[in-house]
Each structure stands twice: as structure tokens, then as C-alpha cells.
Write a protein that binds this ligand. Structure first.
Ligand code: FAD
Length: 339
């Protein structure tokens, strides 16, 4: 079995495949393992109830959501059993349940369990034996390409450019979900410089505390953002330049969000009793992608599987844990690929 991508989905697929007696090879395009997981807050979670999952992500494929929801608890126990450092035993959000891991420890643990991981070897550059042996696409979606094409910031690993999606489509796959929908955040706008290690710290999450103005000075978002604020990031992406100004009360002058934005070289000014923070939409993960069945097999393409952010239709219309989808679908893909 060949697995493309050494992020959460690919490493979980490989680790389980090895446990089941196979000798999977993981091809990783980048120079390090962990994909976006390594840069993340690493909270692996599900909604408390399936009803809530459906209500939060109403456009998603119900069967696929069932797979992720129903498989979550067992998959999380398995992940913990591998021995990574657990930072939170439970999420602080009463609507969700899950755990937070140390991202470095989880990556190291999964690489050890995965076995044969080869770096600098992408799906585009290395011939794979598919369809003679199963192939799992776990290349992390196309966030980098989407950001480039729409003039937005990248807030994920630099290698997820849609290689898995292109491969699947070239072999007859269809897509699921909305290819124009992404999960993202407002981040300090250029000239701010943001290193990947600061993606979490410098996120501009202001909930109802801010007014949201575009470059013309028009308020373009007149309701409190959803709890994950991805709806706001997508609305910013549709404004001129993909940028916006958050107007917040001056008492926030020394707030870590404002201090961080300023220290990164971003723009802040005070006018009419408000602080104005310059932000830009940043893409963390695309939500549309390859159409797979509940067994993670690419619809209509034998021996081809997909997992994680390469799969479309899990979170359509809202947000659910990308790490949970990667964990569960990675394991599902490995199990079914070995059948
Ligand atoms: C700052 C930040 C915070 C986040 N916080 C959370 C959180 O707390 N909870 C949560 O659930 N989610 C969170 N996420 C999202 C989560 O990290 C992703 O949804 C998840 O990592 C997706 O897993 P994946 O395996 O599908 O993709 P990735 O982790 O992105 O891995 C894909 C891998 O494939 C590789 N690749 C790309 N192209 C090729 C190719 N052609 N051949 C071989 N390999 C290739 C990439 O280099 C990468 O290593 C966060 C993300 C970021 C960036």
C-alpha cells in the first residue's frame, strides 16, 4: 500500500496498516512530517451529538459525517494508546468532546508507528504502483493553491496544493462539497510577517467585540461570527483585496492580539475612539474535495482511497474538526484498502 502525505490522515492510515500486518510506504512531498497538524492547536474533537454536527455542517454528506462521528471515540482511544503527550483530557467547549495533544509529540509518535516515511517524494514526482496496489491520497487538500489563486494568505503547511485532488480527478473521480469553501482565520495583513509557528498565536479572533469594515469603510459583516469564525474569514476573502479592518474599543491597546499584530509589523491606528486593526483572510484548509464513500474509497475508482482534507463534504456549510476527519478517515482508508 502506498500513502501520499505524512500529515494526520496519512500517518494514521500507515500506523493502522502496519498494525494490521501490512508494510505501507508513506510518500511525503515536504521536508518534514506532520503536515498542518504540526502547526495546529492539535485539538482532536467531535460534536457532542450527531444532531449538532448536522446542524453545524448542514451541507455535508450525512453518511460520511456518520463515519467520522461514529468512528471517533474508538479512533481517539487508539491514538492515545500509541502514547503521544495529551495536553487536555477534554475540550473546554461544552458542545464538543475530544483531546488536545502536543503536536510535536503526536507527530513523532505517529511517524514511529507509520514506519517507512520517505521525504521529498511527492505523488507527482514518484511513480506509484496503483492500481496494482492500493493508494491512499492524504495530501491535505488544496489550501495553498486556493490562497494563491484568490490572493489570500496561507495558514497551513506549504505543500498542500491539490495534488491528491488532481490525481483523483485525472482518474475519473468526482468532487464533493463546495470547492470554493475554506476553513480559515483573519490574520494580520501584510506588511506583517507571520511565521508558521505563529499561526495560532496571531489569529485575530474577536467574536462580537469588533466591528468589521472593508477597505471602503463599509461594514460588511453585521452579525456575530460563528464560534469558529471561519464564516468571517470567508467574508473577508470576498472583500476588495481580501482584507478588512477590525474596529475594537481602545481598552484593548495592550491585548495580546493587538500587541502580537503590531509586533509582527502589522498596521494598527487609533481614530474616533477606536483601534483599527488591519487583517487579511488566511486559508487553513479547503472543505470541498474528492468524493468518497463511507469506506473512504474514491467513488467509482477501484483501489483508490482518500482521507483527511483531500476528502470533500465532511464539514460543508460550517466547521468540524479537520484532525478528527483525518484520524477517522485515515484509519478507515487503511482498513478498507487492505481488504
Ligand atoms: C494553525 C492551525 C491550527 C489548527 N488547529 C486545529 C485544531 O485545533 N483542531 C483540528 O481539528 N484541526 C485544526 N487545524 C486543521 C488541521 O491541522 C487539518 O485539518 C489537518 O491537519 C488535516 O490533515 P491532513 O492529513 O488531511 O492534511 P495535512 O496535515 O495538511 O497533511 C498533508 C500532507 O500531505 C503532504 N503532501 C502534499 N502534497 C503531496 C504530494 N503530492 N505527495 C505527497 N505528499 C504530499 C503535505 O506536505 C502534508 O505533509 C489547524 C490547522 C492549522 C494550520
Amino acid at each position: 500500500m502506498v500513502i501520499a502525505g505524512a500529515g494526520m490522515a496519512g500517518l494514521c492510515a500507515a500506523a493502522l496498516a502496519r498494525e494490521l500486518g501490512a508494510e505501507p510506504v508513506v510518500l511525503e512531498k515536504g521536508s518534514r512530517p506532520g503536515g498542518s497538524m504540526l502547526l495546529s492547536s492539535c485539538v482532536v474533537w467531535r460534536y457532542q451529538t450527531f444532531q449538532d454536527f448536522r446542524a453545524e455542517c448542514p451541507g455535508g454528506d450525512e453518511q460520511l459525517q456518520r463515519t467520522v462521528f461514529d468512528g471517533f471515540d474508538q479512533a481517539l482511544d487508539w491514538l492515545v494508546s500509541l502514547g503521544p503527550e495529551v495536553v487536555w483530557e477534554e475540550t473546554p467547549n461544552p458542545r464538543t468532546t475530544g483531546k488536545r495533544f502536543d503536536a510535536h509529540s503526536l507527530t513523532e509518535t505517529l511517524v514511529r508507528a507509520a514506519g517507512d516515511v520517505r521525504f521529498g517524494q511527492g505523488l507527482r514526482t514518484v511513480p506509484v504502483a496503483w492500481p496494482d496496489e492500493p493508494l491512499v491520497l492524504a495530501t491535505g487538500g488544496f489550501a495553498v493553491r486556493y490562497a494563491r489563486e484568490h490572493g489570500l494568505l496561507v495558514r497551513c503547511n506549504p505543500w498542500s496544493e491539490g495534488d491528491g485532488l488532481d490525481f483523483a480527478r485525472a482518474h475519473g473521480a468526482t468532487t464533493a462539497g463546495d470547492l470554493d469553501e475554506f476553513y480559515g482565520r483573519a490574520m494580520p495583513a501584510p506588511p506583517a510577517r507571520i511565521g508558521a509557528e505563529d499561526f495560532v498565536r496571531l489569529s485575530q479572533l474577536w467574536d462580537g467585540e469588533a466591528r468589521f469594515l472593508n477597505e471602503r469603510g463599509d461594514e460588511f459583516f453585521n452579525r456575530p461570527p460563528a464560534w469558529h469564525e471561519s464564516d468571517l474569514a470567508q467574508a473577508i476573502a470576498r472583500q476588495p483585496g481580501g482584507t478588512a479592518w477590525f474596529a475594537v474599543p481602545p481598552e484593548y491597546r495592550d491585548d495580546p492580539r493587538v500587541v502580537g499584530l503590531r509586533e509582527a509589523g502589522g498596521t494598527v491606528y487609533e481614530e474616533d475612539g477606536e483601534l483599527h486593526l488591519h487583517v487579511a483572510a488566511a486559508v487553513t484548509a479547503t472543505q470541498g474535495g474528492i468524493n468518497v464513500g463511507p469506506d473512504a474509497q474514491v467513488e467509482g475508482v477501484d483501489g483508490l482511497f482518500a482521507a483527511g482534507a483531500d476528502v470533500g463534504g465532511v464539514s460543508t456549510g460550517g466547521y468540524s474538526s479537520g484532525l478528527a476527519a483525518a484520524l477517522v478517515l485515515g484509519r478507515t482508508a487503511a482498513e478498507n484498502a487492505l481488504r
